[in-house]
Ligand binder design. Sequence first.
Ligand code: B16
Ligand code: MG
Length: 215
Amino acid sequence: NIKACLFDLDGVIVDTAVYHYKAWKRLANEMGFDFTEHQNEQLKGVSRMASLELILGWGNVTNKTEAEKLELATRKNDWYTEMIGQMTPAEILPGAREFVQACRDAGLKTAIGSASKNTPTILAKLELLPLFDAVVDGNSVSIPKPDPEVFLKGAEELNVEPSACVVFEDALAGIEAAINGGMKTVGIGSPDMLTRADMVVSGLDKMTLDILDKL
Ligand code: B16
Ligand code: MG
């Protein structure tokens, strides 16, 4: 029986992908190349430095030292944090607050499991911090999804065994991380992409507590 719900942040609770895209695009443009919104899809759930590596590859940029890469990632993050600093609770994705609250009202534990180091800022801006019993993010996790570390840490902080946890994820690597951790999965997005999830819904506005019983 389900005792806890663990939520990915970007793509599940809020759509920060548009801000990531704007900031990465600005960085790429400064280096003299561009990439598409379709390519940007591949960056979802991927850590900051791994995202940079992918983008440099798309621009055939091969001459950057590690120090230069750090500088590039920092520059992108400065633009990104400027944008997320303007976010308001109006940007919470449809049904997200309501579903998390419904979980809590039903006595389930709730946690965030995100790759983003900006998670605390985003949750504060969205005024969602009180809705989560635990927050595990890019600041406390060293191995990226599809490694289960982020969700296993969440389950541990909630004191719930992995088999009693459901993970809500929009990225395939995140679904795989949850499966690798022995958890149930709900994909947020399209069933064509999230083929390994136990079930897929288009958004948390389509979730109800009784669906959880059927997992
Ligand atoms: P940051 P999630 C991920 O968040 C994003 O999907 C991904 O695009 C981003 O690169 C990553 O966080 C790291 O973000 O630069 O803020 O540390 O989907 O795991 O909530
Ligand atoms: Mg995500």
